[in-house]
Design a protein. Structure first.
Length: 68
């Protein structure tokens, strides 16, 4: 098991904080694709954005469980 501060730290650099940021940014990119048909990161590749969202969400959930 990792040290608690590798999951969360006051500077926002813990793995849980980083993964939460990835999830939120990927969701924003998906919303952009849905609203405008385009994302600066994914272009119009909604399938890749959804795959990334699933991966980041799964990783986040695993790290949350591990931190307990």
């Amino acid at each position: 098991m990792q040290d608690f501060f590798s999951y969360y730290d006051e500077n926002g650099n813990g793995i849980i904080q980083q993964l939460t940021d990835h999830v939120n940014k990927t969701k924003a990119e998906l919303e952009s694709i849905e609203n405008t048909g385009w994302s600066d990161v994914y272009g119009n590749n909604e399938e890749q954005a959804l795959e990334d969202l699933k991966k980041y969400t799964d990783d986040l959930m695993q790290n949350l469980e591990d931190s307990q």
